[in-house]
Design a protein around this ligand. Structure first.
Ligand code: AMP
Ligand code: ZN
Length: 505
């Protein structure tokens, strides 16, 4: 087969580039994680589905992956211009609870979404408050040459590094595009490295430092955690596209100061060779905002009867660099596509079990092998399926074109007159790169019960059995009455549904 080298879009150069790992054969990736002051919305989760697909693609290509995702439990302000409140402190005050309790609760909620979306566990979850000592050391190292003190803390002077803001491509000399500024800043784009606790106040989270009692700045946290765990330079740094404008340029400036490197002509001078950003999930009615009361959480989708992997599939159908518009219709279409895939795999499993019963050479039942790499399946006798494998690999290698990769998977599932085991193996391999867990999902798993439903599955089955009897006896009035009763309870009887899905709530 023809293996295509992995190419990725680097936001720093605005070009698609081949991955050239810092340590041959390895890939070290840092993903900006959630600030755990509230539940993540499904837009946030798009960022982690993207990072997960990147990680899976790197594993597929045979790289030894070290992926780190951080948990921000201090320092992320409500306002990018250093003037707002700490999001964690604000929520803790609103709820009259300890910050540590808030952080723990929302971290667990985030992890539940991570599991539901079949996002793999990274090598390490770094928690910001575990690294404060290292943050102070990092800040001490750059303070003399790159920072200055104001009443409110220690600030980074962006004019002390070359090419500040190159990643954003939007910042002019006077920091245009950066809104409010703290009084006394030398440049509008300067940012807080250490936020001193105002005199007469105490914060729930504060630490002693050479610049007084206070807390680290959010940008400092990511520079320190990524460098500590992965070592500078590492291979890939990811985040949502909003981070391309402020958070990541600031991380880059700090990394330049820390590593004593200057211009960004060599990508690794920024601390990471490749900076990647997923575009936003957008929703017109504004329900995604965490401040808008009930917002679009993964749990809301589940409560309405949509399997979480339908949301994952919806994400995969778009390129990560394109904006993706959320709609319930779109989610419904993704669920239907997922059902089709699961039914195709169920048919394969059934056929395989039949063959296995009649043969001693076959293992039954088929189930998802943990993870597949391209190497493991190279050289397999794929026959007619080979072009589909090539198409899949080329799509993934082309800056993670999951939309095309999915069509290759569809092609495999639809292929006729091919060996069942071969087909199942290839489908499983592709599904594992996409994180769809197809071989373990069943039709029953996909039939989630909306929380508002009152009728039980057993009652539906019993009513449908009575209806089948009535129809067999050509008593269509009775049959229609049962159908109407079910409809009144929110059950849609789906006679003749091409997917053979007999009913849906
Ligand atoms: P936060 O917890 O606010 O730091 O956000 C976590 C991640 O979600 C970051 O990488 C953000 O860039 C990303 N993000 C925020 N909103 C969206 C959205 N609507 N669509 C996709 N990613 C988002
Ligand atoms: Zn970050």
């Amino acid at each position: 087969m023809t293996e295509t080298p992995l190419k990725l879009f680097n936001s720093l150069t605005r070009q698609i580039e081949p991955l050239e790992p810092v340590h041959p054969g390895e890939a070290r990736v840092y993903t900006c994680g959630p600030t755990v002051y509230n539940y993540p919305h499904i837009g946030n989760m798009r960022a982690y589905v993207f990072a997960d697909v990147l990680g899976r693609a790197l594993s597929w290509k045979g790289y030894k992956l070290t992926h780190v995702i951080n948990i921000t439990d201090v320092g992320h302000l409500t306002d990018d211009a250093d003037a707002g409140e700490d999001k964690m402190e604000k929520m803790a005050a609103e709820k009259a609870q300890s910050i540590w309790g808030i952080a723990e609760h929302y971290k667990q909620a985030y992890w539940a979404d991570v599991r539901a979306l079949n996002i793999r566990q990274p090598a390490q979850w770094t928690v910001a408050t575990d690294y404060v000592e290292q943050m102070i050391e990092f800040a001490k190292g750059i303070a003399d040459k790159h920072c200055y003190e104001l009443e409110s803390g220690l600030y980074f002077d962006v004019s002390t590094v070359a090419d500040y803001g190159r990643l954003a491509r939007a910042v002019t000399e006077d920091g245009e595009g950066r809104i409010e500024s703290v009084e006394g800043k030398r440049n509008a784009a300067d940012f807080a490295i250490w936020r001193r606790t105002p005199a007469g106040e105490t914060r729930q989270m504060e630490w002693d430092s050479p610049w007084g009692k206070g807390a680290p700045g959010w940008h400092l946290e990511c520079s320190v955690m990524s460098g500590e765990v992965l070592g500078f330079p590492f291979d890939i740094h990811t985040g949502g596209i909003d981070h391309r404008e402020i958070h990541h340029p600031n991380e880059i400036a700090q990394n330049q100061a820390h590593c004593c490197t200057n211009g960004l002509d060599r990508a690794e001078n920024s601390g990471a060779r490749i900076w990647m950003h997923n575009n936003f999930l957008v929703e017109r009615s504004g329900k995604m905002s965490k401040s808008a009361g009930e917002f679009l959480r993964l749990q809301l989708l589940i409560d309405k009867g949509y399997h979480p992997l339908a949301y994952r599939l919806m994400c995969l159908q778009a390129h990560y660099r394109s904006e993706l518009e959320f709609s319930w219709e779109g989610l419904g279409a993704a669920l239907t596509r997922l059902k089709r895939m699961v039914m195709a795999v169920e048919a394969l499993k059934a056929r395989h079990a039949e063959l296995a019963a009649a043969s001693t050479d076959l293992d039954a039942p088929l189930e998802q092998k943990a993870e597949w790499t391209l190497k493991q399946i190279q050289g397999g006798a794929w026959g007619k399926l080979q072009p589909m494998l090539d198409k899949f690999d080329a799509a993934i290698a082309d800056d993670l074109n999951t939309a095309v990769a999915l069509t290759a998977l569809d092609d495999v599932l639809a292929a006729k007159k091919v060996d069942v085991g071969t087909k199942a193996d290839l489908a499983a391999a592709m599904a594992s790169v996409l994180g769809l867990d197809l071989l373990n999902l069943t039709r029953a798993d996909l039939r989630l019960r909306p929380v508002t439903a009152t009728i039980t599955e057993a009652e539906i089955d019993a009513a449908l059995a009575r209806r089948t009897e009535a129809r067999a006896a050509r008593d269509f009035a009775a049959s229609d009455a049962i159908r109407d009763e079910l409809a009144a309870q929110g059950v849609d009887v789906m006679d003749g549904d091409p997917l053979g899905w007999e009913w849906k709530l």
